[in-house]
Structures are given as C-alpha cells and as structure tokens.
Ligand binder design. Structure first.
Ligand code: GKR
Ligand code: MG
Length: 420
C-alpha cells in the first residue's frame, strides 16, 4: 500500500462572535482538511489549522508524499523536515495564544500523521484507538466551553444563532444551562480575559452557585497581571478544578502557584518538550493541556502523556474551533491515554458547519463515543467540503485576526497584554 495522491483543502466554517483575550472571533474560522489516498483506494483523513503559514507548510509537503507507505512515519517526518522552514514562518498569527505560530513542522507533521494513522487503521480494519494501545475508555468526556459573546446581529457577517449575547453572569449561566441541557456536559470551562476580571470572577461564582457539582475552570489566556491573578485567585479559592493560564510566562505562573497553591493548567507556557523541561524546573503549571495539532500528532501526544505521568503532572486537552475529523482524532487519542483524567476542551458546540457524512457527531452525557469502526470512523462529505471551500474563498480570510475584528466594534481596542 503506497500513497498515490494527497489533497489539502482549506475551508471556512462559520463561527459566532466569541470573546477572548485578543478580541473577538471573526465570522469564519479556518481549517485545512487533509486527504491521503493510497494506490489501493483507501483515503485517510486529517484536519488542522487553516491559517496561511500552516496551509503553506501542508501544501509544500503534500506532493512529496507519493510512494510512501502510510506506515512509514519516519519517512513522513523526514519529508516534512526536508522542505525546510516555511517562507511565512515568521508571520505573526494573531491568534489567542495556545495556537503557537512557531511550531509549524510539528503542526504539519501532526496533520499528516493523523491521516497516515487513519489509513493504517483502515487497512487493518481496526479503529485508530487500537493502534494507540487500545481504548481505556469508550466514552470520552468533554467540558462545556463557555465564552463571553456578542449577539450575532452585531454584524451581518455572522450567521444568526440562538445563543444570544453573554456579557454578564446571567448570560453566562444561561449559556451554561443551554450547553448542559443540549450535551450533558459534566464540567465547565469559562474563557475569560475578555471583560473586567472582577466581572469574570463574579460569573464564575454564579456558575458555582448554579452548578455546584460541576468542576469549574477559568482561562484568561494570560491576560491578567500577576497581581490581578493573585487577587482573583483569593476570590475563587475553593471554586476551581484548575486555574488555566491566568498570567503570562512560566516565571509568572510559578510565582502564582507559590503564592496561592492553586493547581495551574496551561496550553501557553508548555507547548513543547523544551518548555516542559523548564516547567519541571520552575513548577509553573501542574496540569498540561495537550493538543495533537501542535504537539506533533497523536503519538507525540502520547509521549507527552508519558512525560506528565513520569513527572507527576496532570493532563488535560486543549481545543480550537474545529470540525468532526479533529473531534474524532481528539477522541481516539483521549480514549487511549489512561492518565488523561480531565474532561477535554472542545469548541465543537459552537460550530454548525461539518465536513463529514451524517453531519454533526453526537455529544451525549458530555461524551463522544469511540467505536470499533475502521480508522477514525468518519467519512468525508465531498459536497460539504466543496461548499466550505467556496465559503473559504468568499470569506477573504487567510489568517485569524481577533484583534482587528474587535476594532470593528471598539475602535480603541489594542493588542496590549496583559490587559488587566
Ligand atoms: O477560541 O478564542 C478561542 C480560544 O481562546 C483559543 O484560541 C485558545 O487557544 O481555547 C484556547 C485556550 O484554551 O487557550
Ligand atoms: Mg487555554
């Protein structure tokens, strides 16, 4: 079985006006859909970022994969490395941190690795989780990922939604209730760093009152100074499952943990093994949010899990706006990682568009179920892919830019961080 053709298709999926530390989501989020086809007619699927630096990297590698066996992951790595750094590598993506602009070879390798693993598994008539050591859980828990949010009619480019605005405690609790009613989530994450920290802390308190048995997390994406993070920590002491990236830098996180004793989680200061090593030395974060999209694929993320286990760190999972191929890759991975004991993040409830046959993957009782269907267990809907590619071309967006989007609504909005 050899690779005969590779297709990379950028798509734009509609996205609501969700607020974060950088600004607000644009009306569309970008993804790249990867298809790797073999000479015996199998197709392996992958999904990753659609921003230009990553897309360019994928396009530069894709035509070098013909003739490789999908089992040859070292061959894949060698071909990814052989293209050298992308000419747009240095371009600063204006994303909320957590999507590291600098690690493009990990992102490119990881995107193809998922498609290769999908092919390996399909050729053996096995699910991907079987290749990863077997499922230790069939139902993978995700958390309700809450965002402060504008009403969709703030700008006609947003698709009308039924969520409504969420700019205070009442709105956030209502959003949580809708999410939990629809999907049965058993834990809650509040994306913070967007509004005044005291208001955000009040929202967390309101969630605690409304959902006393749901573990709660808050993630200001390092938009709070150390003083602010310490002040809010005092208020939220006892309410948090973990405190995610409240303040910038490993040193800041380390000092915050020393002063408050709270368990700190990160997808910002531990994003590769070099940072992992420094984190062990400084004890900045006690829980690492993994993400196969930038850690270099499913197997590299399992390596991270082993390192967390070895060094006594907790393991959770990070997300960005995505569709069903990523959701299933995340779920197969999480199913096969015993020490992934926290409910994973997902933006999936915020996305209505889908590229897989059968439409949206069900989340029931807060969980995605992995089955024994071959590969990732999903097939591409080619009509949907074509329509979402058209949407990409029409959107005119090539790089996520939450700062400029926010400036449309608040002309004095700046890039400054930490803002509070
Ligand atoms: O979607 O706005 C967002 C998030 O802020 C995302 O960009 C982050 O990378 O969810 C992520 C996080 O946990 O930091
Ligand atoms: Mg985070």
């Amino acid at each position: 079985m050899k690779i005969a053709a590779v297709r990379v298709t950028p798509i734009a999926i509609s996205d609501p006006p969700l607020l974060n530390a950088s600004g607000v989501h644009e009306p569309f989020a970008l993804r790249s859909i990867i298809e790797v086809e073999t000479d015996n007619g199998l197709v392996g699927l992958g999904e990753t970022y659609g921003d230009k630096p990553v897309l360019d990297g994928l396009l530069r590698v894709k035509d070098r994969l013909a003739g490789l066996s999908p089992f040859d992951l070292n061959g894949l790595r060698q071909r990814v490395l052989s293209v050298g750094p992308s000419p747009v590598e240095g371009v600063q993506l204006d994303v909320a941190p957590g999507s590291q602009a600098s690690k493009s070879e990990h992102k490119v390798f990881g995107a193809f690795e998922v498609a290769f693993l999908d092919l390996q598994a399909r050729s053996l008539d096995l699910p991907v989780h079987a290749l990863l050591g077997g499922a230790v859980r069939r139902k993978v828990p995700f958390s309700a990922y809450l965002f402060f949010k504008f009403a969709s009619d703030i700008d006609p480019s947003y698709r009308p939604d039924t969520w409504g605005p969420a700019l205070d405690a009442e709105g956030i609790v209502a959003q949580a209730r809708t999410m939990i009613d629809r999907y049965g989530f058993g834990s809650i994450k509040l994306k913070a760093g967007a509004l005044d920290p005291d208001l955000e802390a009040e929202c967390l308190k309101a969630l605690k009152r409304a959902f006393p048995n749901h573990p709660l997390r808050i993630d200001p994406n390092a938009n709070w100074s150390l003083d602010t993070a310490i002040r809010v920590a005092k208020r939220l002491q006892g309410d948090l499952e973990y405190y995610e990236d409240p303040t910038p830098g490993l040193e800041g996180m380390s000092e915050l943990h020393r002063v408050t004793g709270l368990p700190l989680a990160t997808n910002m200061v531990v994003t590769d093994m070099k940072e992992f090593r420094r984190n062990i030395a400084l004890n900045g974060a006690q829980i690492v949010l993994s993400d196969h999209h930038y850690w270099g694929g499913l197997r590299a993320t399992q390596m991270l899990a082993t390192m967390c286990d070895t060094f006594g760190l907790g393991l959770s999972m990070h997300s960005n706006s995505h569709v069903g191929i990523s959701l299933m890759a995340m779920s197969h991975l999480a199913a096969a990682v015993p020490n992934l004991t926290y409910a994973c993040d997902t933006h999936y409830p915020w996305q209505e568009d889908e590229v897989i046959r059968g439409g949206k993957i069900p989340i029931v009782d807060g969980c995605v179920t992995v089955t024994d269907a071959p590969g990732l267990g999903v097939e591409l809907d080619r009509d949907a892919l074509a329509a979402l590619h058209e949407q990409y071309l029409r959107s005119g967006i090539t790089n996520r830019d939450d700062v400029s989007q926010m400036r449309k609504f608040r002309s004095d909005w700046t890039r400054v961080k930490p803002r509070y």
